[in-house]
Design a protein around this ligand. Structure first.
Ligand SMILES: [Fe+2]
Ligand SMILES: [Fe+2]
Length: 308
């Protein structure tokens, strides 16, 4: 199943004339406050051609026949639980992982594997990961002591409350419980124990059905997903050749590149890349001919969260 939900108007105008009638902002306040959106030039979307889909390598990542080998230095048997480990655990440092860095490990449940982006703790951890379920695999019923945030990237993820196809954004607050599984297999972006104690509202958003808002510069479209105590999460679509002004992230910034190629003065980040930039970091991001679709969270580094 392709990630058809990412197909969108991340496309240049024929004359590349940045004429957007409104600079409404999404999240305008929060995102602007945290520096995600800053003035700049860009292009509107007009053409009918999609910019692309999740790279084939990532689509294959939930297909056991095409799985890349497990990370040799970190692999473990499926019977083992994760020992206390720290991965990109210094949140004052910039962290960047690209698809070529992929390092998949078994989870305690057969057929469920994880690529850990950052992690502080053992099987119970503050953690950010890609998680893939092989077809027919399931996870035992568990309680989310610190909350669980999920973006379904491919396939269909299910639990005892429903089925969630690619493009679904979920927040299971602290104290919630479920028994997840996947009939056809799926690929998820998951963040654990990164809720504030008073963030108790369950969230279910089908991003394929939600409207996009005009971002603060031509060429940007934004879909707010969640906001709480100054922490904002959104999907942001960048038209090709969109340029942002340099801006700071007072509360840090985290990005998962879902489609296209995201760029800044420090490098290029193809689909499947994950970036975490520390508090007060600065950059001037832009896109090239591919455009980009990104998941972005700001304001959470240094915030009071259950997992620290
Ligand atoms: Fe930024
Ligand atoms: Fe869960």
């Amino acid at each position: 199943m392709l990630m058809h939900w990412v197909i969108g108007c991340v496309r240049p105008r024929a004359n590349a004339n940045p004429t957007v009638s409104t600079a409404a902002g999404l999240t305008a306040a929060a995102i602007k406050r945290s520096g995600v959106i800053a003035p700049g030039d860009g292009a509107n979307c007009e053409s009918d051609a999609p910019i692309g889909l999740w790279p084939a390598a990532m689509r294959r990542s939930r297909d056991n026949r095409a799985n890349p080998p497990l990370c040799s230095t970190m692999s473990q048997s499926a019977e083992q639980t994760v020992p206390p480990i720290q991965i990109n655990a210094v949140f004052e440092r910039r962290a960047v992982l690209r698809p070529a860095d992929a390092c998949w490990q078994p989870s305690p449940l057969p057929g469920v594997e994880r690529w850990m982006f950052d992690r502080v703790g053992g099987e119970v951890a503050r953690a950010t990961s890609l998680v893939r379920y092989a077809p027919g695999s399931r996870f035992e019923r568990h309680v989310h002591g610190g909350g669980e945030e999920i973006l379904v990237l491919d396939g269909v993820f299910s639990d005892d409350k429903g089925d969630y196809s690619a493009g679904t954004y979920l927040r299971n607050p602290p104290g919630s419980a479920h028994a997840p599984f996947s009939r056809e297999g799926c690929l998820l972006f998951v963040k654990l124990r990164q809720f504030a104690v008073d963030d108790i509202q369950p969230v279910r958003i089908d991003t394929r059905a939600e409207p996009w808002r005009q971002g603060l510069v031509p060429g940007l479209s934004v879909m707010p997903l969640h906001e709480h105590n100054g922490i904002s999460t959104a999907l942001v679509r960048w038209a090709p050749e969109t340029q942002f002004s340099a801006h700071a992230h007072p509360g840090g910034e985290e990005i998962l590149v879902i489609d296209g190629v995201f760029r800044d003065e420090f490098g290029n980040y193809p689909a499947g890349s994950w970036l975490r930039s520390p508090r007060w970091s600065r950059h001037a991001p832009f896109t090239g001919p591919e455009g980009a679709l990104i998941y972005v969270k700001v304001g959470h580094l240094g915030a009071e969260l259950i997992g620290g």
